[in-house]
Design a protein around this ligand. Structure first.
Ligand code: ADP
Length: 398
């Protein structure tokens, strides 16, 4: 019987999960999958470490199935079809740790109550993260669960980096720049220390470019500044989110165009970004393939905005020694990387076309003043590391 940890990332309509067995060198990837279409047409796919499909199931007329009901199905499947694995703990991605929680924690009643109180700061994500924790508690009350916070990596930035230019009382009420994608950035900082310790000690901008996208300025592996702020809406243009926007636009939409709060929320989170500008798709691959000139315009704006924000982070860092690309677009899209790097040529960055085209680990030229790398991110593995570290019986230390 091999001991295993499950990492769970529960969102509004999907739950991503990964199973890691505990090998001598730490967590080893054993299986991963995704439950999508929660609330509409649930679909579960899981694959083993070699990519072979373990389950591919649709729930016909499953629109009424709740997160809890689907987690029960997932749990039942895992216990029946992953024999030989004893699940010793579940680690969860929890989007908001607020001001208090700067490291992963074992879930208990008091923590759950404190995290509930943070839900208004992340109403689209936090309730779903907590719902998954509660569902597992109901299914397996004795199973330890660990909350791993997406905000935690950004603790330790200066007060200035967390402040909006708003009255102090609002800052004191928690209206401040928290930053997100912390589990991804922490995994990259950790990996960079292993593969390029010299660069890891330096000033690095990490570009997490997926459907959600942000940049993090790190010095010696610690977050100094980041493009997301109070919510995951801030900063870069994303798949369907607008990113940084003049707040006056929001006032105008409401006061002059008569849009309701809900309509504005839907607009900013779900109808903007690549989708809104292109009118074609939120998916970068689809935009590359589209002949529509608006698709090209959306791509152009995406890289322009990314380079512009990166420039701001160079200022926060007082210079830059390297840039790391990660997530779906960052890891796989040479065209986007080349465009961002070209716009950052003023930093002394030059990209090797061949390395870039091959998604090589280092894509900068040998004589480039700064290094450009690709590091595949793995938030689920970071959750597994944290979960192991928190469990007293495993010896921790991950
Ligand atoms: P998230 O985890 O935030 O949902 P991902 O990290 O999976 O998002 O990134 C999704 C984005 O990555 C999409 O825009 C998709 O088109 C893009 N992407 C994924 N694979 C590739 C690829 N091989 N080439 C170009 N873009 C890709």
């Amino acid at each position: 019987m091999s001991r295993a940890i499950v990492s769970l990332n529960a969102g509004s309509s999907s739950i991503k999960f990964a199973l890691f067995t505990l090998g001598p060198d730490g967590p080893e990837h054993a299986a991963a999958g995704k439950l999508e279409g929660i609330g509409t047409a649930p679909h579960l796919v899981a694959r083993d470490a070699d990519g072979a499909v373990l389950i591919d199931r649709n729930w016909e007329s499953g629109a009424g199935l709740t997160h809890e009901a689907l987690l029960r199905e997932l749990f039942d499947w895992a216990t029946q079809h992953l024999p030989g694995h004893e699940i010793i703990a579940i680690g969860h991605r929890v989007v908001h740790g607020g001001l208090a929680f700067a490291r992963p924690l074992l879930v208990d009643d008091a923590l759950l109550a404190a995290l509930d109180a943070l839900s208004p700061l992340a109403p689209l994500h936090q309730p779903h993260n907590l719902e998954a924790i509660r569902a597992i508690r109901a299914l397996a009350p004795a199973l330890p669960q660990v909350a791993c916070f997406d905000t935690a990596f950004h603790h330790g930035r200066t007060e200035t980096a967390t402040r909006f230019a708003l009255p102090r009382a609002l800052h004191d009420k928690g209206i401040r720049r928290y930053g997100f994608h912390g589990l991804s950035y922490e995994y990259i900082a950790r990996t960079l220390r292993e593969i390029d310790p010299e660069l890891a000690r330096g000033r690095v901008i990490v570009a997490h470019l997926g459907n959600g996208a942000s940049l993090c300025a790190m010095h010696d592996g610690k977050s100094v500044d980041t493009t997301m702020g109070f919510t995951a809406l801030d900063g870069l243009m994303m798949g369907t989110r607008c990113g940084d926007i003049d707040p006056g636009v929001i006032l105008h939409l409401q006061t002059q165009l008569g849009m309701s709060v809900t309509e504005v929320e839907t607009l900013l989170y779900q109808q903007s970004g690549l989708l809104g500008v292109s009118g074609v798709s939120s998916d970068m691959r689809a935009l590359h393939q589209s002949p529509d000139p608006h698709a090209g315009e959306a791509i152009d704006l995406f890289t322009w905005r990314a380079a512009r924000e990166a420039g701001a982070l160079v200022s926060s860092l007082g210079g830059v020694d390297g840039i790391v690309f990660a997530a779906g677009i960052g890891e796989n899209d040479p065209v986007i990387r080349a465009s961002i790097c070209e716009r950052l040529a003023w930093t002394g960055l030059t990209v090797d076309r061949d390395f870039n085209a091959r998604n090589a680990p280092v894509i900068s030229q040998a004589d480039s003043r700064i290094i450009a790398r690709i590091i595949p991110t793995d938030e689920e593995r970071m959750i597994a590391f944290h979960t192991l570290g928190v469990l007293p019986a495993t010896g921790g230390g991950q």
